[in-house]
Design a protein around this ligand. Structure first.
Ligand code: C2E
Ligand code: CA
Ligand code: CA
Length: 557
């Protein structure tokens, strides 16, 4: 009788039972040694995970020699023969084993003997348990862990039904830690977790993520259910969580994502919810942000792309380069300067304009690196222009992520020195996005840089509430009027009044003005009556690479 038939006859139910057990036991792989014959049977999951071809194998040592790390092989070769004789069955072996992709993981090997008395057959049952897998239970709260959150999201994606993912973070938790101490806040987390457990039903599950963050999966949930659930959580926490004799009332920020049908990975669902949570925290005072509507559609953020761009910044700003858009004297149309505008290019994405990533980058610490890269590169590339056009002024956009860093001052001075670019030919443009910084801090930085002769401009003036505060309270040299005031101005008396009054205001305060978005000759001619200092727009030139800028400057002079 062949080996295959033997297994069939002796246990045709064995295969299916073992395979079922194996599917249920997560991260554990089973095989059985038939002790009388020395033959091994590998379960389907073990075969798939380790890349074993055959189910029935006459020499399991040969297979294991291929899978177990050479330094650990002796454990197996000494340990298994003992267990085959029934010795040390309760003691586990530890070895590194290679999965099909070639990567090693730590495995514990557990064994037991099963006897078929009727047929006088004996089997050694061997369980290989992957120890590298992250714990599925959070040790502090006993809730499911982050790893389990991700794997359950994967399952939910596979189920193809609608569901909602909610991530919350307890606000000001670090403060509580400082005031009450670590032991207290740990108990607070445990109690909070317990309250969450009480709220769950058969369609919801709660998970402890890192620190004071929790995740929820709400099956069969649309927007209404999500909103109701969120209110329930807020209500519960606002009433207070009791630890010892104290009741601590907690606030949260919340990010969510609603899924109808999703083909992506669980990981990226997680980052989207985390992204929404971040927004809730930094920009919406904790109000729940739902990724689908508020974040993705209003900002058109492509998170996969952001990840690649972020990585490019970390790789020394790989793929970034600079284009320059001429700035001209309003009365004559002669080039007097240029604005440096960053771009990113990489296959298969092609060239990506800053409108698609700057706003997002400004929430990322990498913006500091990127901003300095732009400054350094632009000054280095344009310094030669000064020989051709001695009045040339280079405008560079500066973000809050740069201005708020103490080292930025020294960095700017260092770049000026390195490139030999004269400070009084550099103009730094601040945008509305600097509004996160306290006015006092902006003022200090503006004064510092002006002290070195650097010009300072307020970009996109009039588009937000912060710009007039900055212009009023800091010694700004120049105002750049946003394109939105220029577009359609000839037919719009309100825009006309606005531009007129802003230019007059600037003139009477000794500030220069630049009108952006001058797209045609007619517009240029019309705008001249406002007496602004400079113009910038497609009529003169679109942003161009440095070589082309040189040509344009030579043509004009
Ligand atoms: P911005 O500073 O207001 O720059 C002007 C934008 O308007 C540029 O878009 C430019 O190409 C575009 N533009 C210029 N003339 C015309 C015109 O006549 N018509 C129209 N329709 N558009 C015109 P770009 O290069 O896409 O830059 C978008 C924004 O990205 C910039 O707006 C700026 O806020 C930001 N940005 C660009 N480079 C940097 C940088 O190096 N650092 C920082 N922090 N922000 C940057
Ligand atoms: Ca600008
Ligand atoms: Ca602008």
């Amino acid at each position: 009788m062949g080996e295959r038939e033997f297994w069939r006859e002796n246990g045709d139910y064995l295969d299916s039972v073992m395979n079922t057990v194996n599917t249920l036991a997560e991260d554990t792989y089973i095989y059985i040694l038939h002790l009388n014959r020395g033959m091994a049977w590998f379960s389907e999951t073990a075969k798939a995970y380790f890349g074993i071809r055959d189910t029935y194998v006459p020499d399991h040592y040969e297979i294991m020699r291929r899978l177990i790390h050479p330094e650990d092989l002796w454990e197996y070769e000494e340990g298994i023969p003992q267990r085959m004789q029934g010795k040390n069955l309760d003691r586990e072996l530890c070895v590194r084993m290679r999965e099909a992709s070639g990567e090693y993981h730590m495995f514990s090997i557990h064994t037991d003997i099963v006897a078929d008395l009727k047929n006088a057959e004996k089997y050694l049952l061997i369980l290989l348990h992957n120890e590298n897998v992250l714990p599925r239970i959070d040790a502090l709260t006993d809730l499911y862990s982050q790893a389990r959150f991700v794997s359950d999201l994967g399952t939910e994606i596979g189920n193809k039904g609608p569901f909602a993912v909610l991530m919350i973070k307890l606000e000001r938790f670090n403060n509580l830690n400082i005031i009450y101490g670590n032991e207290f806040t740990n108990r607070l987390l445990k109690e909070t977790a317990l309250q969450f457990i009480y709220m769950m039903d058969e369609n919801s599950a709660v998970y402890r993520l890192d620190g004071p963050k929790f995740g929820f999966i709400l099956r069969k949930s649309g927007r209404m259910k999500l909103l109701v659930f969120e209110q329930m959580i807020r209500g519960k926490l606002a009433k207070g969580i009791r630890v010892d004799n104290q009741k601590i009332s907690l606030k949260i920020c919340a990010g969510a994502i609603l899924i109808e049908q999703y083909d992506g990975k669980a990981d990226s669902l997680c980052s989207k919810a985390a992204y929404a949570l971040g927004h809730s925290e930094t920009e919406h005072q904790g109000k729940m942000i739902i990724f689908n509507d508020e974040v993705r559609t209003s900002r058109n953020v492509d998170l996969e792309l952001m990840k690649v761009i972020h990585q490019s910044v970390r790789e020394g700003c790989k793929g970034f380069y600079i284009e320059y858009q001429p700035i001209v004297v309003s009365g004559t149309g002669h080039i007097i300067g240029a604005e440096a505008l960053v771009r990113w290019r990489r296959e298969p994405y092609g060239t990506v304009p800053p409108g698609r990533f700057i706003e997002w980058m400004e929430t990322d610490p990498g913006m500091y690196e990127l901003g300095n890269y732009v400054l350094r590169t632009a000054l280095r590339e344009t310094v030669e222009l000064l020989a051709v056009l001695p009045e040339f002024v280079l405008n560079v956009n500066v973000s809050a992520r740069q201005m708020e860093r103490e080292e930025f001052r020294a960095e700017v001075l260092h770049i000026l020195e390195q490139t030999g670019f004269p400070a009084n030919h550099l103009c730094m443009e601040l945008t509305e996005r600097c509004k996160d910084m306290p006015l006092e801090a902006i003022k200090r930085e503006v004064e510092f840089f002006r002290g070195y002769g650097i010009r300072m401009a307020m970009d996109d003036y009039g588009t937000g509430s912060a710009s007039s505060g900055i212009v009023l309270h800091t010694p700004i040299d120049e105002i750049k009027l946003d394109m939105s005031f220029i577009r359609g101005i000839t037919r719009d008396p309100k825009k006309q009044a606005m531009v007129k009054s802003i230019v007059e205001f600037a003139n009477s305060c000794g500030m220069s003005t630049c009108l952006e978005g001058v797209e045609s000759e007619e517009l240029q001619d019309y705008l001249r009556m406002y007496q602004a200092t400079w113009f910038q727009g497609y009529y003169y030139s679109k942003p161009v690479e440095i070589g082309k800028l040189m040509e344009l400057v030579r043509d004009f002079t």
